[in-house]
Design a protein around this ligand. Sequence first.
Ligand code: NAD
Ligand code: MG
Length: 388
Amino acid sequence: MKRIALLGATGSIGISTIDVVSRHPDLLCITAVIGYSRVQELASVAKQVGAKVAVIAQSSAYTDLCSALAGTGIEAQSGDAAIAEICSRDDVDIVLNALVGAAGVAPTLTALHHGKPVVLANKETLVCGGAFVTREAVKTNTAILPVDSEHSALFQALIGEPRARVKRLILTASGGPFRETPLEELRQITPEAALKHPTWKMGPKVTIDSSTLVNKGLELIEAKWLFQASSNELDVVVHPQSIVHSLVEYVDGSMKAQLSNPDMRIPIQFALSYPDRWEADYVPNDLPALRDLTFYAPDEARFPALRLAKQALDGSNGMAAVFNAADEIAVPEFLANRISYLGIPAVIEDAMTHFAGATAESLDELFDLDRNVRSWTHEQIIKRARNV
Ligand code: NAD
Ligand code: MG
C-alpha cells in the first residue's frame, strides 16, 4: 500500500488523482490532503478519501477548516510549516505535488530531503528550483516521477534505452485554442475564450499558459532538469489532437513515442504504479476514429513565449525563475481584465529584459529573486495601467 500526501487536492490534478486512487483501493491510499483557501471543498475531499489530516495553506482559514471537520476525526492544520511537516511524516510514502506555481518548490525539497519520492505535476518546481531540486534528489537517491503528460511520455519512451543514444526529446503541444488565430485577432482575446482549451480540462493558470505557449516553454525547462537535457536536445512540435504525448528521437533515426487519449489519469496512474503498470478501464483508444494525427512547427512570431522560454533556458541560472514569476503575475492580471492577452508575453519580456543576467546561487537567493520579479512586474503593470 502506497500512502500519499496529496498537495493541491482540490485542483484538477488533485481530483484526477483521487479518481485513480479510488480505482486501486488495495494499492493506494491518501493520508493527507492540502489545499489553498477553499475550505469546504478541502473538507469534503478529506472526508471522501478518508484522510487523517487536511492542511489549508492560508492560515486565516484555519478555524473554518476546524469547524468543517468537527466530529470527523480528521485533523485540521494550516500554513507552510504544516505542509512541510506533512511531507516528512512517517505515514506518508509518496508526495504528489499538484500545487500551482513556485509555491511547489519548498514542499518538493522537503519531501526529497526526507527520502519521499515526489510524483510531480507542479512543473514550476523544476522551472524555478531545478538545480536545487535535482541536486537534493541525487543526494538522497530519491525519485522524481513526472505527471505532466509530455514528460510522462518521454519518461516512458526512455525506459530501457541508453541515455547517451538520445538525439532529441520532442515535446508535443496542442497549440491551444488560438493555434490558427491571426496575430491581429490575438489582441482581442478575452479570458473566457482563453479558458476554453480544445483537448484538456485543467486549472485556470495552466489553461491560459497552454494558450500562450508559456506552458510549453515551462515544459522545455522542466524537461531540461528531469532528463538532464541541453537546449539543442529539446524541441517542440504542434500536434493538435493531443494523442502523441511526446517523442524521443535516437541516434539511429528511430523515434519512440507514447500515445493515449488525452486523460491525465493515465500519466498520474503510471507515476504511481511505476515501475509496474496497472490496469485501467478508461475510454478505449480508437485509432481509426482519429483518422489524422498532424504535426507542424510552432509559430514563434504569434507565440513569443516560446522564444522567451528558450532564452530563459539558455540564460543565466536565475532567468527561468524570472520567466516563471513574471508569468505568475501576468496570468491573474489578464484573467482580471487588467492586461490584454498579448500583454502576457509582453510583461514576461519586460521582466526578462529588466532582470537580464539574474542568478541564484542559493535557495534564499532564488526566493528573493522570485519575490523581486513579482513585485517589479506588479508595479510595471500598475504604471502601465495609469499611463493608458
Ligand atoms: P488547479 O488550479 O486546478 O489546482 C491547484 C491546486 O493547488 C488547488 O488545490 C489549490 O487549492 C492548490 N494551491 C494553489 N496554490 C497553493 C499554495 N500556494 N499553497 C497550497 N495549495 C495551493 O491546477 P491544476 O490544473 O491541477 O495544476 C496543478 C499543477 O499541475 C500545475 O503546476 C500545472 O501546470 C500542472 N499540470 C496540470 C495539468 C492538468 O491537466 N490540470 C496537466 C499537466 C500539468
Ligand atoms: Mg503538459
